[in-house]
Ligand binder design. Structure first.
Ligand SMILES: Cc1cc2nc3c(=O)[nH]c(=O)nc-3n(C[C@H](O)[C@H](O)[C@H](O)COP(=O)(O)OP(=O)(O)OC[C@H]3O[C@@H](n4cnc5c(N)ncnc54)[C@H](O)[C@@H]3O)c2cc1C
Ligand SMILES: Cc1cc2nc3c(=O)[nH]c(=O)nc-3n(C[C@H](O)[C@H](O)[C@H](O)COP(=O)(O)O)c2cc1C
Ligand code: SF4
Length: 662
């Protein structure tokens, strides 16, 4: 348990109120799409499981994700919908289940407007004015006033259904570049009628919707989410936001939920769902003027990772409530842990944005820190077995874990907590496997909790760690384990240089070597990196901090396609600013004394040969011992990169599941 865990957090623990509704503390679950619903918008058991787990984890309010108010405005394939009465029973069951855990429930309702996507259920993008969405390429159709009135009525009908379903209140999504935001920003709204121009006019679409709901249901609590700042040139100034906040207060809105940015493009979406380069509590400076301008409570989200961050926002007077988004994907029990009701460290979000990337790809969300998101294994009985008395479910076994990377360590802590006798053998003299490499590039230190959270727990669980210990057939036979967890990871592949010319030797560094020892490349050097996956661009990102000039050659059509786009965009903006030269769809055919011949779809291309070549062409699994163990008839489980070179999500999930099932 770290020092932070022993700290007390008086301000986040203090009860508060929104409208007349008492909230037991200052921590709320942010609205976050999960894609756990059915394709026709019904709430599933998985939705219920997900929200209930967060209520059990101690938040004072669950805010369900952006729900769809009209059939013509579906956010995602599996978003929850509320545009018809048929959705009421499912939502009512969800609300009832959440309320069993002393938690209030609000729900966000939304219309994406111009951010609707033709390629997602063929939704027609519509907005205040006609424009082309640069992200999708879709043309946005300008709404006529009768259509706008009809959308306002859709919001009212949706809010009425939510009241019937038992929600304590509703939130209008007026932030992040969706319809109400599009009306409010002069960048997009170029109308010349009463819905364009002045602040009052640009706010009118939202304000009329608020009025309809307040007129029809004066006692139903209404919140509005707004983007405190757009983070974009030509975006609305803070005075406009303050004016909007005051208008909303006058109209009877019970609290303002402050977000930031707009989801128009990955560049701007980085300010809604921030990569690790954005500081903790990044919205604070933009939230404070709004809080100071109104007397209703304000709620603030944005990189509030740790209980210390949350307490600081409240102490600074920047907001009244904290909206926790990804922090509660990563650890639903964050509030209980922060408030001293659960003696276990918080599993902190590392801002990798795999969750959001999955949603963008129309997959169900998942979390690298918590791959059991939305499953029964999130329950502390399974996710925190060290909190209960050690007890092996099927008899204590002597388990040998080979490899002290993330996958091995994750398996070891679960196995030990369940009462098995666990020993880890690691051939290197330091634990972590690829972790030091993964931390090497700029901003990647935010990943550290992925490792520390797991590794720091080993001593208290009685796991023995033997460093500089190579697992061989003989050593394993002598140890006589009942079961082996094979977590031997992967190794970078050497660059298979085709056609070296004559006697010419081509010194090629591996990206892993550069990340481990950046001094191998002198400051200001010209470097060609072969391979534009995540490791390639992170190596480039590290080298530009030393003033190196980078060329990346990538055989695929896209850079680091497996990486979360908000984070990839962040790096690519830096690389481009540093003069990156990029060759996509190109394979290295030959390296000459002064040039490199590339094969591209359009034929051969010669580029200058930089003095430094760095290969980042992906890892290969290390699993020779699998054959050995099969021959020896020793039961084993292959986990992490040894099973399939991939990522932390796979490594943590494999380790966790192996730890629960052996
Ligand atoms: C530069 C870089 C950046 C990355 N960034 C990210 C990222 O941002 N997000 C993400 O999801 N993934 C990232 N990854 C991938 C991620 O690091 C790996 O998928 C993950 O660390 C694999 O963990 P593992 O435990 O399976 O294997 P490893 O970390 O490879 O650990 C295996 C361990 O087994 C040991 N071992 C092997 N054979 C033996 C033996 N016979 N006896 C004893 N010990 C043995 C090795 O020494 C090693 O310590 C990155 C990888 C790199 C290289
Ligand atoms: C997967 C995912 C889905 C999200 N969906 C919504 C949404 O439906 N409505 C919304 O207002 N914000 C949404 N957000 C933004 C979050 O509510 C939150 O403002 C943002 O993630 C920043 O806060 P955090 O750092 O605590 O995660 C989403 C974020 C993520 C990661
Ligand atoms: S996937 Fe990454 S960014 Fe998303 S909640 Fe989990 S740790 Fe945080």
């Amino acid at each position: 348990m770290d020092a932070r865990h022993e700290a007390t957090f008086d301000l986040i623990a203090r009860p508060g109120a929104i409208g007349g509704l008492r909230l037991k503390n200052r921590l709320l679950l942010a609205p976050m799409g999960t894609n756990f619903g059915t394709t026709d918008g019904f709430c599933t058991d998985r939705d219920k499981q997900y929200y209930v787990e967060r209520a059990k984890g101690g938040v004072a309010m669950v805010m369900t994700e952006a729900m769809v108010v009209t059939e013509g405005a579906r956010n995602h394939r599996n978003s929850l919908c509320v545009f018809h009465d048929r959705y009421i029973p499912g939502l009512a069951a969800l609300v009832e289940a959440v309320k069993e855990h002393d938690c209030t429930v609000f729900g966000q309702i939304s219309h994406r407007g111009g951010l609707l996507r033709r390629d997602v259920l063929n939704m027609e993008p519509v907005g205040p004015s006609s424009w082309r969405n640069p992200n999708t390429g879709d043309l946005v159709r300008e709404l006529a006033v009768p259509e706008m009135i009809s959308i306002q009525k859709d919001f009212l009908a949706a809010a009425k259904r939510m009241k019937k379903a038992g929600y304590d209140g509703v939130e209008l999504h007026g932030a992040n570049g969706y319809l109400f935001h599009q009306f409010f920003t002069p960048r997009i709204n170029r109308r010349t009628d009463q819905y364009g121009g002045s602040v009052e006019n640009r706010a009118r679409m939202l304000v009329e919707t608020v009025q309809r709901i307040k007129d029809a249901m004066p006692d139903f609590l209404l919140l509005v989410r707004i983007s405190a700042t757009e983070y974009v040139e030509g975006g609305y100034p803070v005075e406009d936001m303050v004016a909007l906040a005051q208008i909303l207060e006058r109209e009877g809105v019970a609290a303002l939920d402050l977000s930031g940015g707009t989801n128009e493009s990955p560049e701007l979406s980085r300010f809604c769902i921030q990569p690790p380069s954005m500081p903790r509590r990044c919205l604070e400076e933009h939230a404070r003027p709004i809080k100071q301008a109104v007397s209703i409570p304000t709620i603030m989200a944005g990189r509030i990772v740790d209980p210390v961050d949350a307490e600081t926002v409240l102490r600074n007077g920047s907001a009244d409530f904290i909206s926790l988004g990804r922090a509660l994907f990563a650890d639903p029990y964050w509030p209980s842990k922060a408030l001293g009701k659960m003696a276990s460290p918080v599993r902190a979000c590392i801002a990798c944005n795999v969750c959001f990337e999955r949603l963008t790809l129309e997959l169900d969300v998942n979390c690298v820190q918590n791959p059991m998101l939305g499953t029964e294994f999130e329950d502390p009985l399974h996710s925190e077995p060290w909190l209960t008395l050690p007890k092996a479910d099927n008899g204590s076994k002597r388990v040998l874990v080979v490899g002290a990377g993330v996958a091995g360590v994750e398996a070891a802590r679960f196995l030990a907590a369940r009462g098995h006798e666990v020993e880890i053998w690691e051939k290197a003299d330091k634990p972590g496997g690829q972790i030091p490499l993964a931390l090497a590039a700029p901003d990647k230190m935010e990943l550290l909790p992925l490792w520390n959270h797991r590794f720091d727990m080993l001593p208290q669980l009685g796991v023995r760690l033997r460093m500089s210990t190579l697992a061989t057939a003989e050593a394993i036979a002598a140890y006589q384990p009942d079961h082996v967890i094979l977590a031997t990871g992967s190794m970078q592949r050497a660059f298979p240089l085709p056609d070296a010319v004559g006697e010419l030797t081509v010194p090629t560094l591996g990206a892993w070597e550069v990340l481990a020892s950046p001094d191998k490349v002198p400051a200001g050097a010209y470097v060609t990196i072969i391979g534009g996956g995540m490791v390639g661009i992170e190596t480039a990102d590290l080298l530009i901090t030393k003033g190196c000039r980078i060329t990346i050659v990538e055989m695929g059509a896209a850079i680091a396609p497996a990486m979360a786009r908000n984070n990839r965009t962040d790096i690519m903006l830096r690389l481009r600013a540093a003069g990156l030269r990029l060759q996509l769809g190109a394979t290295v055919e030959r390296v000459e004394a002064s040039s490199i011949r590339l094969k591209t779809r359009d034929g051969a291309v010669d580029i200058p040969r930089d003095p430094f070549l760095v290969a980042a062409i992906g890892p290969a699994p290390v699993r020779d011992l699998a054959v050995t163990l099969t021959d020896m008839d020793v039961p084993f489980t292959l986990v992490g990169d040894a099973s399939k070179p991939g990522d932390f999500l796979g490594a943590v999930r494999d380790g966790w599941m192996a730890g629960l099932t052996v």
